[in-house]
Design a protein around this ligand. Sequence first.
Ligand code: SAM
Length: 238
Amino acid sequence: MDTYGRNDTIIGREGLVRSFFSGTGKSYDRVVRMFTLGLDDRWKDEIVRLVPDSRRILDLGCGTGILTERLAMTHPRAEIVGVDITPDYLAEYEERLRRKPWIHARPMLGNAETVSLEGEFDAVVSSYLIKYVDADLLLNNTTPHLRRGGAFIAHDFTLPTDPIYLNSWRAYTWAINRIGPMLFPEFRTVFDDGLTGLLRRTRWPDDVMRALRDHGYEEVRYRRLSFQTAGLVSAVRA
Ligand SMILES: C[S@@+](CC[C@H](N)C(=O)[O-])C[C@H]1O[C@@H](n2cnc3c(N)ncnc32)[C@H](O)[C@@H]1O
């Protein structure tokens, strides 16, 4: 049993996500910018760089639309479909589309593991989603909708393995787990060792790379980013 529910069932995973994200959509953009010290911006650049020329892009766990907006800037002709399980994040996503009508995107409420998708995509991308999902279920659901030669790209936080980076990570996360709830009480569960605890337990890069190979993907690659505090797994559908 993990801190906020069982992570090995769909109900457990959804419960964990609800405990983290319900009621936090309005302040999310400020929180991610502040507590990643602006690195989120750099990581989004790395994701976008891997996206091939696209007519349709699937942004899983799209949240308030930060990555969707970046994709729309670099792929202005593409239609982006954003899927998220948390209604108040999708409300912020819709608000972003109202403010920035040049973003050619469509929000969909649903679980990325099971949501009913239509048509074919040139790229399936996600930022900070992959640690919350079962990689096999996610690939079962999305691979039939990714064109052959299309890109699968998953980015998320990781626990550093280098002892020096790990000690710095521990000190930094110790501090933000104390400061965070004072500034953003609605994110209390995330800072109450929720996110850091999950990062200590998850083996998402290994799980995703194994699942990608099992699903027949090629060019499966893993890059560590920013002192090993984040990682990017990419692959091409054979
Ligand atoms: C930390 S936010 C990231 C949002 C956005 N991708 C970004 O980079 O800013 C994680 C998002 O994943 C969503 N999420 C988590 N599990 C999900 C699932 N199984 N299906 C769809 N969305 C999910 C949450 O609701 C939340 O909006």
